[in-house]
Design a protein around this ligand. Sequence first.
Ligand code: PFF
Length: 434
Amino acid sequence: MAAAGSAVGLGNIWGFPTQAASNGGAAFVVVYLILAFLLAYPVLMAEFTLGRHAHGNMIAALAKVSRNGTQRGLGTLVGIVGIFTASLILSFYAIVSGWMIGFGAAYPLEAAGASATATWLSEFGLLRNLTLMLIFMILTMAVVVGGVEKGIERWSKRLMPALIVTLMALSIYVLTLEGAGKGLAVYLVPDITKIWSTELIFKAMGAAFFSLSLGVGTMLIYGSYVSDDEHLPSLGAQVALVDVGIAVLAGFLILPAMYVAAERGVVIFNEAGGLLSEDTLIFVVLPALFDSMNQAGTALAVAFFGLMSIAALTSSISMLEVPVAFLVERFQWSRFKAAVIATLIVTAMSSVIVLNFDLLFGLVITVSTRYSQPILGLALCLYAGWVWRRDILLKELAKNELETEPTLFMRWWPWYVRFVCPTIILAIVARTIF
Ligand code: PFF
Protein backbone atom coordinates (compact mmCIF):
# COMPACT_ATOMS: atom_id res chain seq x y z
CA MET A 1 0.00 0.00 0.00
CA ALA A 2 2.87 2.38 0.78
CA ALA A 3 4.55 1.67 -2.56
CA ALA A 4 1.24 2.17 -4.35
CA GLY A 5 0.81 5.37 -2.36
CA SER A 6 4.18 6.56 -3.55
CA ALA A 7 3.37 5.73 -7.14
CA VAL A 8 -0.08 7.29 -7.07
CA GLY A 9 0.25 11.03 -6.83
CA LEU A 10 0.02 14.29 -8.70
CA GLY A 11 1.65 12.43 -11.59
CA ASN A 12 -1.46 10.32 -12.03
CA ILE A 13 -4.20 12.79 -11.35
CA TRP A 14 -2.59 16.00 -12.55
CA GLY A 15 0.30 14.99 -14.79
CA PHE A 16 -1.04 12.10 -16.81
CA PRO A 17 -4.50 13.39 -17.80
CA THR A 18 -3.31 16.92 -18.55
CA GLN A 19 -0.34 15.70 -20.57
CA ALA A 20 -2.67 13.38 -22.45
CA ALA A 21 -4.96 16.34 -23.09
CA SER A 22 -2.13 18.46 -24.48
CA ASN A 23 -0.40 15.69 -26.43
CA GLY A 24 -2.88 14.05 -28.72
CA GLY A 25 -5.34 12.57 -26.20
CA ALA A 26 -5.68 8.84 -26.66
CA ALA A 27 -2.43 8.63 -28.70
CA PHE A 28 -0.53 9.65 -25.56
CA VAL A 29 -2.57 7.22 -23.47
CA VAL A 30 -1.66 4.30 -25.73
CA VAL A 31 2.08 5.07 -25.72
CA TYR A 32 2.01 5.66 -21.96
CA LEU A 33 0.32 2.32 -21.29
CA ILE A 34 2.78 0.44 -23.50
CA LEU A 35 5.77 2.09 -21.82
CA ALA A 36 4.34 1.63 -18.33
CA PHE A 37 4.06 -2.13 -18.72
CA LEU A 38 6.94 -2.90 -21.07
CA LEU A 39 9.49 -0.54 -19.58
CA ALA A 40 8.51 0.90 -16.23
CA TYR A 41 7.32 -2.34 -14.61
CA PRO A 42 10.60 -4.20 -15.31
CA VAL A 43 12.57 -1.23 -13.95
CA LEU A 44 10.35 -1.21 -10.86
CA MET A 45 11.26 -4.86 -10.38
CA ALA A 46 14.96 -3.97 -10.64
CA GLU A 47 14.50 -1.50 -7.79
CA PHE A 48 12.47 -3.89 -5.65
CA THR A 49 14.90 -6.80 -6.02
CA LEU A 50 18.03 -4.70 -5.55
CA GLY A 51 16.48 -3.11 -2.47
CA ARG A 52 15.32 -6.30 -0.86
CA HIS A 53 18.61 -8.01 -1.56
CA ALA A 54 20.64 -5.31 0.17
CA HIS A 55 18.03 -4.32 2.78
CA GLY A 56 19.45 -0.83 2.41
CA ASN A 57 19.45 2.37 0.38
CA MET A 58 20.51 2.70 -3.26
CA ILE A 59 24.20 3.37 -2.60
CA ALA A 60 24.41 0.36 -0.28
CA ALA A 61 22.48 -1.83 -2.71
CA LEU A 62 24.62 -0.99 -5.73
CA ALA A 63 27.77 -1.52 -3.67
CA LYS A 64 26.50 -4.90 -2.54
CA VAL A 65 26.07 -6.25 -6.07
CA SER A 66 29.30 -4.68 -7.40
CA ARG A 67 32.26 -6.92 -8.11
CA ASN A 68 35.07 -4.38 -8.11
CA GLY A 69 36.01 -0.90 -6.91
CA THR A 70 35.04 0.85 -10.16
CA GLN A 71 31.56 -0.58 -10.09
CA ARG A 72 31.20 0.38 -6.45
CA GLY A 73 32.40 3.91 -7.18
CA LEU A 74 30.02 4.33 -10.08
CA GLY A 75 27.23 2.90 -7.94
CA THR A 76 27.91 5.54 -5.29
CA LEU A 77 27.73 8.22 -7.97
CA VAL A 78 24.41 6.84 -9.27
CA GLY A 79 23.09 6.70 -5.70
CA ILE A 80 24.07 10.30 -5.02
CA VAL A 81 22.45 11.50 -8.24
CA GLY A 82 19.37 9.52 -7.18
CA ILE A 83 19.22 11.22 -3.77
CA PHE A 84 19.70 14.58 -5.40
CA THR A 85 17.01 13.90 -8.00
CA ALA A 86 14.54 12.72 -5.34
CA SER A 87 15.15 15.96 -3.43
CA LEU A 88 14.80 18.01 -6.61
CA ILE A 89 11.50 16.34 -7.47
CA LEU A 90 10.24 16.95 -3.95
CA SER A 91 11.24 20.60 -4.20
CA PHE A 92 8.88 21.29 -7.11
CA TYR A 93 6.31 18.74 -5.97
CA ALA A 94 5.91 20.55 -2.66
CA ILE A 95 5.06 23.78 -4.47
CA VAL A 96 2.30 22.18 -6.55
CA SER A 97 1.03 20.21 -3.55
CA GLY A 98 0.89 23.46 -1.58
CA TRP A 99 -1.40 24.91 -4.24
CA MET A 100 -3.66 21.88 -3.84
CA ILE A 101 -3.95 22.55 -0.12
CA GLY A 102 -4.52 26.23 -0.83
CA PHE A 103 -7.38 25.57 -3.25
CA GLY A 104 -8.84 22.92 -0.94
CA ALA A 105 -8.98 25.44 1.92
CA ALA A 106 -10.09 28.38 -0.24
CA TYR A 107 -13.49 26.95 -1.12
CA PRO A 108 -14.88 26.47 2.39
CA LEU A 109 -13.34 29.81 3.43
CA GLU A 110 -15.07 31.54 0.54
CA ALA A 111 -18.36 29.88 1.50
CA ALA A 112 -17.85 31.08 5.09
CA GLY A 113 -17.39 34.65 3.92
CA ALA A 114 -13.62 34.93 4.28
CA SER A 115 -13.21 36.02 0.68
CA ALA A 116 -9.95 37.89 1.09
CA THR A 117 -8.17 34.89 2.59
CA ALA A 118 -9.71 32.59 0.01
CA THR A 119 -8.47 34.79 -2.82
CA TRP A 120 -5.01 34.99 -1.30
CA LEU A 121 -4.88 31.19 -1.07
CA SER A 122 -5.89 30.61 -4.65
CA GLU A 123 -4.04 33.36 -6.49
CA PHE A 124 -0.46 33.01 -7.60
CA GLY A 125 1.82 34.96 -5.26
CA LEU A 126 5.27 34.73 -3.75
CA LEU A 127 4.28 34.67 -0.10
CA ARG A 128 1.37 32.34 -0.73
CA ASN A 129 3.56 29.90 -2.68
CA LEU A 130 6.20 29.93 0.05
CA THR A 131 3.73 29.53 2.91
CA LEU A 132 1.80 26.67 1.34
CA MET A 133 4.97 24.88 0.31
CA LEU A 134 6.25 25.15 3.87
CA ILE A 135 3.01 23.74 5.29
CA PHE A 136 3.22 20.80 2.92
CA MET A 137 6.88 20.13 3.77
CA ILE A 138 6.05 20.12 7.48
CA LEU A 139 3.25 17.61 6.93
CA THR A 140 5.60 15.40 4.92
CA MET A 141 8.26 15.60 7.60
CA ALA A 142 5.78 14.77 10.34
CA VAL A 143 4.82 11.49 8.66
CA VAL A 144 8.41 10.53 7.89
CA VAL A 145 9.49 11.23 11.47
CA GLY A 146 6.80 8.75 12.53
CA GLY A 147 8.85 6.03 10.85
CA VAL A 148 7.99 3.28 8.41
CA GLU A 149 5.22 1.41 10.23
CA LYS A 150 3.67 4.11 12.37
CA GLY A 151 4.14 6.88 9.82
CA ILE A 152 4.40 5.84 6.20
CA GLU A 153 2.50 2.55 6.27
CA ARG A 154 -0.24 3.64 8.61
CA TRP A 155 -0.99 6.81 6.66
CA SER A 156 -0.77 5.12 3.28
CA LYS A 157 -3.28 2.50 4.40
CA ARG A 158 -5.71 5.15 5.55
CA LEU A 159 -5.29 7.61 2.73
CA MET A 160 -5.16 5.36 -0.33
CA PRO A 161 -8.67 3.85 -0.05
CA ALA A 162 -10.08 7.34 0.62
CA LEU A 163 -8.41 8.52 -2.53
CA ILE A 164 -9.77 5.77 -4.76
CA VAL A 165 -13.34 6.19 -3.49
CA THR A 166 -13.29 9.98 -3.95
CA LEU A 167 -11.83 9.72 -7.42
CA MET A 168 -14.47 7.24 -8.53
CA ALA A 169 -17.32 9.28 -7.11
CA LEU A 170 -16.06 12.44 -8.80
CA SER A 171 -15.59 10.76 -12.18
CA ILE A 172 -19.04 9.25 -12.12
CA TYR A 173 -20.57 12.59 -11.25
CA VAL A 174 -18.68 14.54 -13.93
CA LEU A 175 -19.54 11.96 -16.57
CA THR A 176 -23.22 12.69 -16.08
CA LEU A 177 -22.79 16.39 -16.94
CA GLU A 178 -23.34 17.94 -20.31
CA GLY A 179 -20.25 18.11 -22.54
CA ALA A 180 -18.52 15.17 -20.84
CA GLY A 181 -18.96 13.00 -23.95
CA LYS A 182 -16.66 15.19 -26.05
CA GLY A 183 -13.88 14.91 -23.48
CA LEU A 184 -14.39 11.18 -23.36
CA ALA A 185 -13.93 10.96 -27.13
CA VAL A 186 -10.66 12.91 -26.99
CA TYR A 187 -9.49 10.57 -24.26
CA LEU A 188 -10.50 7.32 -25.91
CA VAL A 189 -10.13 7.75 -29.67
CA PRO A 190 -6.45 7.82 -30.64
CA ASP A 191 -5.04 9.95 -33.45
CA ILE A 192 -2.75 7.26 -34.84
CA THR A 193 -0.60 9.77 -36.78
CA LYS A 194 0.67 11.21 -33.48
CA ILE A 195 1.80 7.91 -31.98
CA TRP A 196 5.27 8.04 -33.57
CA SER A 197 5.96 11.61 -32.54
CA THR A 198 9.39 11.76 -30.87
CA GLU A 199 8.20 14.37 -28.43
CA LEU A 200 5.14 12.36 -27.47
CA ILE A 201 7.15 9.19 -26.83
CA PHE A 202 9.77 11.06 -24.82
CA LYS A 203 7.15 12.77 -22.69
CA ALA A 204 5.24 9.52 -22.19
CA MET A 205 8.43 7.80 -21.00
CA GLY A 206 9.06 10.60 -18.49
CA ALA A 207 5.45 10.35 -17.36
CA ALA A 208 5.71 6.58 -16.86
CA PHE A 209 8.95 6.86 -14.85
CA PHE A 210 7.59 9.72 -12.81
CA SER A 211 4.31 7.99 -12.18
CA LEU A 212 5.94 4.81 -10.89
CA SER A 213 8.46 6.83 -8.80
CA LEU A 214 11.40 5.21 -10.59
CA GLY A 215 15.11 5.80 -10.76
CA VAL A 216 15.62 7.85 -7.64
CA GLY A 217 15.69 5.00 -5.13
CA THR A 218 12.25 5.39 -3.60
CA MET A 219 11.04 2.00 -4.72
CA LEU A 220 14.42 0.51 -3.93
CA ILE A 221 14.12 1.64 -0.33
CA TYR A 222 10.54 0.40 -0.07
CA GLY A 223 11.84 -2.88 -1.53
CA SER A 224 14.41 -2.98 1.25
CA TYR A 225 11.61 -2.95 3.82
CA VAL A 226 9.82 -5.90 2.16
CA SER A 227 10.19 -9.23 3.93
CA ASP A 228 11.71 -12.25 2.23
CA ASP A 229 8.37 -14.07 2.31
CA GLU A 230 6.74 -11.74 -0.16
CA HIS A 231 6.52 -12.63 -3.82
CA LEU A 232 8.17 -9.61 -5.43
CA PRO A 233 6.95 -9.97 -9.03
CA SER A 234 3.30 -9.98 -7.95
CA LEU A 235 3.89 -7.16 -5.48
CA GLY A 236 5.40 -5.10 -8.29
CA ALA A 237 2.59 -6.02 -10.63
CA GLN A 238 0.01 -4.90 -8.07
CA VAL A 239 1.75 -1.57 -7.61
CA ALA A 240 2.00 -1.01 -11.37
CA LEU A 241 -1.63 -1.98 -11.93
CA VAL A 242 -2.94 0.28 -9.16
CA ASP A 243 -0.80 3.13 -10.44
CA VAL A 244 -1.79 2.82 -14.08
CA GLY A 245 -5.40 2.11 -13.09
CA ILE A 246 -5.64 5.33 -11.10
CA ALA A 247 -4.02 7.36 -13.88
CA VAL A 248 -6.52 5.96 -16.38
CA LEU A 249 -9.38 6.56 -13.95
CA ALA A 250 -8.25 10.16 -13.40
CA GLY A 251 -8.42 10.64 -17.16
CA PHE A 252 -12.12 9.83 -16.98
CA LEU A 253 -12.45 12.74 -14.58
CA ILE A 254 -10.12 15.42 -15.95
CA LEU A 255 -10.74 15.28 -19.70
CA PRO A 256 -14.53 15.16 -19.47
CA ALA A 257 -14.38 17.90 -16.81
CA MET A 258 -12.52 20.15 -19.22
CA TYR A 259 -15.17 19.79 -21.89
CA VAL A 260 -17.94 20.23 -19.35
CA ALA A 261 -16.20 23.48 -18.42
CA ALA A 262 -16.02 24.47 -22.10
CA GLU A 263 -19.72 23.81 -22.41
CA ARG A 264 -20.24 26.32 -19.60
CA GLY A 265 -18.23 29.02 -21.32
CA VAL A 266 -14.78 28.41 -19.77
CA VAL A 267 -11.92 28.89 -22.23
CA ILE A 268 -9.96 25.67 -22.56
CA PHE A 269 -8.19 26.23 -25.87
CA ASN A 270 -5.36 28.63 -26.62
CA GLU A 271 -5.14 30.85 -29.71
CA ALA A 272 -3.42 28.13 -31.71
CA GLY A 273 -6.40 25.86 -31.13
CA GLY A 274 -4.51 23.52 -28.78
CA LEU A 275 -5.61 22.81 -25.24
CA LEU A 276 -4.37 25.20 -22.58
CA SER A 277 -1.03 24.34 -21.05
CA GLU A 278 -0.74 21.54 -18.54
CA ASP A 279 -0.71 23.43 -15.27
CA THR A 280 -3.41 25.87 -16.28
CA LEU A 281 -5.82 23.03 -16.88
CA ILE A 282 -6.13 22.08 -13.25
CA PHE A 283 -5.66 25.45 -11.63
CA VAL A 284 -7.79 27.51 -13.99
CA VAL A 285 -10.19 25.25 -15.83
CA LEU A 286 -11.30 23.10 -12.91
CA PRO A 287 -11.86 25.98 -10.47
CA ALA A 288 -13.85 27.73 -13.21
CA LEU A 289 -15.91 24.58 -13.58
CA PHE A 290 -16.47 24.29 -9.83
CA ASP A 291 -17.43 27.98 -9.68
CA SER A 292 -20.07 27.45 -12.31
CA MET A 293 -21.76 24.88 -10.11
CA ASN A 294 -22.64 26.88 -6.98
CA GLN A 295 -23.17 24.75 -3.85
CA ALA A 296 -22.33 21.41 -5.42
CA GLY A 297 -19.22 23.07 -6.85
CA THR A 298 -17.86 23.86 -3.40
CA ALA A 299 -18.32 20.29 -2.21
CA LEU A 300 -16.76 18.91 -5.37
CA ALA A 301 -13.85 21.30 -5.15
CA VAL A 302 -13.09 20.35 -1.55
CA ALA A 303 -13.29 16.66 -2.48
CA PHE A 304 -11.07 17.12 -5.50
CA PHE A 305 -8.35 19.24 -3.94
CA GLY A 306 -8.49 17.16 -0.76
CA LEU A 307 -7.94 14.13 -2.93
CA MET A 308 -5.00 15.77 -4.67
CA SER A 309 -3.44 16.72 -1.33
CA ILE A 310 -3.74 13.14 -0.05
CA ALA A 311 -2.25 11.72 -3.23
CA ALA A 312 0.57 14.23 -3.01
CA LEU A 313 1.35 13.41 0.62
CA THR A 314 1.64 9.64 0.15
CA SER A 315 4.12 10.38 -2.65
CA SER A 316 6.10 13.12 -0.99
CA ILE A 317 6.80 10.98 2.07
CA SER A 318 8.42 8.41 -0.20
CA MET A 319 10.62 11.10 -1.75
CA LEU A 320 11.77 12.44 1.61
CA GLU A 321 12.43 8.87 2.73
CA VAL A 322 15.24 8.67 0.12
CA PRO A 323 17.65 11.14 1.79
CA VAL A 324 16.36 10.21 5.26
CA ALA A 325 17.04 6.48 4.85
CA PHE A 326 20.49 7.30 3.51
CA LEU A 327 21.36 9.57 6.44
CA VAL A 328 20.02 7.09 8.99
CA GLU A 329 21.78 4.08 7.48
CA ARG A 330 25.05 5.74 6.59
CA PHE A 331 25.64 8.07 9.51
CA GLN A 332 23.47 6.36 12.14
CA TRP A 333 21.55 9.59 12.68
CA SER A 334 18.25 9.40 14.47
CA ARG A 335 15.23 9.40 12.16
CA PHE A 336 14.14 12.71 13.65
CA LYS A 337 17.44 14.46 13.02
CA ALA A 338 17.71 13.06 9.48
CA ALA A 339 14.14 14.08 8.63
CA VAL A 340 14.57 17.61 9.97
CA ILE A 341 17.82 18.21 8.12
CA ALA A 342 16.58 16.70 4.85
CA THR A 343 13.41 18.81 5.13
CA LEU A 344 15.44 21.96 5.67
CA ILE A 345 17.57 21.29 2.61
CA VAL A 346 14.61 20.48 0.35
CA THR A 347 12.70 23.51 1.66
CA ALA A 348 15.67 25.71 0.79
CA MET A 349 15.80 24.25 -2.73
CA SER A 350 12.08 24.71 -3.10
CA SER A 351 12.32 28.34 -1.97
CA VAL A 352 14.92 29.01 -4.65
CA ILE A 353 12.45 27.68 -7.24
CA VAL A 354 9.61 29.79 -5.84
CA LEU A 355 11.80 32.89 -5.95
CA ASN A 356 12.83 32.23 -9.58
CA PHE A 357 9.64 30.60 -10.65
CA ASP A 358 9.54 31.44 -14.36
CA LEU A 359 13.13 30.46 -14.84
CA LEU A 360 13.32 27.31 -12.73
CA PHE A 361 9.96 25.61 -12.31
CA GLY A 362 9.57 24.09 -15.78
CA LEU A 363 13.28 23.49 -16.10
CA VAL A 364 13.52 21.52 -12.86
CA ILE A 365 10.54 19.36 -13.87
CA THR A 366 12.02 18.59 -17.27
CA VAL A 367 15.53 17.86 -16.02
CA SER A 368 14.49 15.73 -13.06
CA THR A 369 11.61 13.76 -14.53
CA ARG A 370 12.26 13.55 -18.25
CA TYR A 371 16.03 13.12 -18.23
CA SER A 372 17.28 12.20 -14.79
CA GLN A 373 14.67 9.57 -13.86
CA PRO A 374 14.91 7.50 -17.09
CA ILE A 375 18.71 7.73 -17.14
CA LEU A 376 18.93 6.61 -13.51
CA GLY A 377 16.50 3.84 -14.42
CA LEU A 378 18.91 2.83 -17.16
CA ALA A 379 21.75 2.69 -14.63
CA LEU A 380 19.67 0.49 -12.33
CA CYS A 381 18.93 -1.90 -15.21
CA LEU A 382 22.63 -2.10 -15.99
CA TYR A 383 23.41 -2.96 -12.37
CA ALA A 384 20.60 -5.53 -12.17
CA GLY A 385 21.29 -6.97 -15.62
CA TRP A 386 25.07 -6.83 -16.06
CA VAL A 387 26.82 -6.16 -12.76
CA TRP A 388 24.82 -8.37 -10.41
CA ARG A 389 25.89 -12.03 -10.57
CA ARG A 390 23.13 -13.95 -12.29
CA ASP A 391 22.99 -16.85 -9.82
CA ILE A 392 22.65 -14.53 -6.83
CA LEU A 393 20.01 -12.48 -8.57
CA LEU A 394 18.01 -15.60 -9.37
CA LYS A 395 18.27 -16.71 -5.75
CA GLU A 396 16.93 -13.36 -4.63
CA LEU A 397 14.00 -13.68 -7.00
CA ALA A 398 13.32 -17.28 -5.96
CA LYS A 399 13.35 -16.53 -2.23
CA ASN A 400 9.74 -17.33 -1.74
CA GLU A 401 9.13 -19.58 -4.73
CA LEU A 402 7.97 -22.91 -3.45
CA GLU A 403 8.19 -24.74 -6.76
CA THR A 404 11.64 -25.76 -7.97
CA GLU A 405 11.03 -24.93 -11.63
CA PRO A 406 11.97 -21.33 -12.49
CA THR A 407 8.86 -19.28 -13.23
CA LEU A 408 8.23 -17.49 -16.49
CA PHE A 409 9.19 -14.21 -14.83
CA MET A 410 12.53 -15.61 -13.63
CA ARG A 411 13.34 -16.87 -17.08
CA TRP A 412 12.52 -13.65 -18.93
CA TRP A 413 13.07 -10.74 -16.67
CA PRO A 414 16.89 -10.94 -16.11
CA TRP A 415 17.38 -11.09 -19.84
CA TYR A 416 14.85 -8.35 -20.40
CA VAL A 417 16.43 -5.79 -18.00
CA ARG A 418 19.80 -6.67 -19.40
CA PHE A 419 19.07 -5.98 -23.06
CA VAL A 420 15.60 -4.69 -23.79
CA CYS A 421 15.09 -1.98 -21.13
CA PRO A 422 18.46 -0.25 -21.66
CA THR A 423 17.95 -0.32 -25.43
CA ILE A 424 14.49 1.25 -25.23
CA ILE A 425 15.60 3.99 -22.81
CA LEU A 426 18.73 4.82 -24.82
CA ALA A 427 16.82 4.82 -28.10
CA ILE A 428 14.18 7.21 -26.80
CA VAL A 429 16.68 9.58 -25.17
CA ALA A 430 18.98 9.55 -28.22
CA ARG A 431 16.10 10.08 -30.64
CA THR A 432 15.02 13.09 -28.61
CA ILE A 433 18.45 14.66 -28.28
CA PHE A 434 19.51 14.15 -31.88
N1 PFF B 1 4.91 8.83 -8.48
C1 PFF B 1 4.59 10.13 -7.98
C2 PFF B 1 3.41 10.70 -8.75
O1 PFF B 1 2.95 10.08 -9.71
O2 PFF B 1 2.96 11.77 -8.42
C3 PFF B 1 5.75 11.06 -8.07
C4 PFF B 1 7.02 10.55 -7.48
C5 PFF B 1 7.06 10.00 -6.20
C6 PFF B 1 8.20 10.65 -8.20
C7 PFF B 1 8.25 9.56 -5.67
C8 PFF B 1 9.39 10.21 -7.67
C9 PFF B 1 9.40 9.66 -6.40
F1 PFF B 1 10.52 9.25 -5.89
